[in-house]
Design a binder for this molecule. Structure first.
Ligand SMILES: Nc1ncnc2c1ncn2[C@@H]1O[C@H](COP(=O)(O)OP(=O)(O)OP(=O)(O)O)[C@@H](O)[C@H]1O
Ligand SMILES: [Mg+2]
Length: 226
């Protein structure tokens, strides 16, 4: 599905150049569930942002379903994000002024679809993560776990090909973190491809493969024993 070839990302300031990523080789097949681990500052979020086309590589190639998109025009990337990617962040990133249902519907923004179809899809996504009863509430009225489940509903409502999650359980207690991991595991079992950054070895174990990073490089990639 995706392939990074010799991808690098450097940040240049007045005097120092920071290499956030260097020589990254990574392929993810459809249906995989990959966990990315490594110490703070090793480049995990940078890598995930490049996969999500929120950031661009400084060098190398990024093949998405066969097409090199490392230097694709922004409009093309925006369309790819809209139609094929779903994002989940550590801090939920819900909009407080909107209800939960409206937040979830943002995952369908600009999709050519009748409002009735959108409503049905939003309802199904909220149902799937167990927050249907909170649809008229606002994010600040929900617990952290409920907010993250709403964010997952927003990420999956457009049936993305690839789900990218940056420390999705980072702000949650054990119980709510486990619930979020159950949902991700189920989504993967149903065919979603997932790449997830995590600091939790237990949560990485739920993924089918763990990629370890250090200092902007990939150290190892190991599949979970069956
Ligand atoms: N906008 C930026 N300008 C300069 N350097 C940056 C910028 N963004 C990230 N970096 C640097 O790139 C490196 C990788 O950062 P990144 O956020 O990818 O780390 P991370 O592995 O996600 O860490 P954490 O576990 O703390 O989230 C760090 O050294 C960071 O300081
Ligand atoms: Mg990070």
């Amino acid at each position: 599905m995706i392939q990074l070839q010799d991808v690098s990302r450097t940040y240049a300031s007045d005097e120092i150049e920071t290499t956030a990523l260097g020589g990254i080789e990574l392929a993810v097949e459809a249906g995989e569930f990959v966990a990315i681990m490594g110490p703070s500052g090793c480049g995990k979020s940078t890598l995930l942002n490049i996969l999500g086309t929120i950031d661009r590589p400084s060098g190398g190639r990024y093949l998405f379903e066969g097409t090199d998109i490392a230097r694709a025009p922004e409009g093309e990337l925006a369309k790819l994000r809209r139609d094929r990617l779903g994002f989940i962040f550590q801090s939920f990133n819900l909009i407080d002024e909107l209800t939960i249902a409206e937040n979830v519907a943002l995952g369908l923004a600009y999709r050519p679809m009748s409002s009735r179809d959108k409503k049905e899809r939003v309802a199904a996504a909220m149902d799937r993560v167990g927050i249907a009863h909170r649809q008229r509430h606002h994010p600040y009225q929900l617990s952290g776990g409920q907010q993250q489940r709403a964010a997952i509903a927003r990420a999956i409502v457009g049936t993305p090909r690839l789900i990218l999650a940056d420390e999705p359980t980072g702000n949650l207690d054990t119980e709510n973190g486990a619930q979020v991991m159950d949902i991700l595991e189920q989504l993967n079992a149903d065919g979603s491809t997932i790449v997830m950054v995590t600091h939790s070895p237990a949560h990485a174990d739920i993924a089918k493969r763990t990629v370890h990073m250090l200092d902007g490089r990939i150290l190892s990639s190991a599949r979970r024993a069956a």
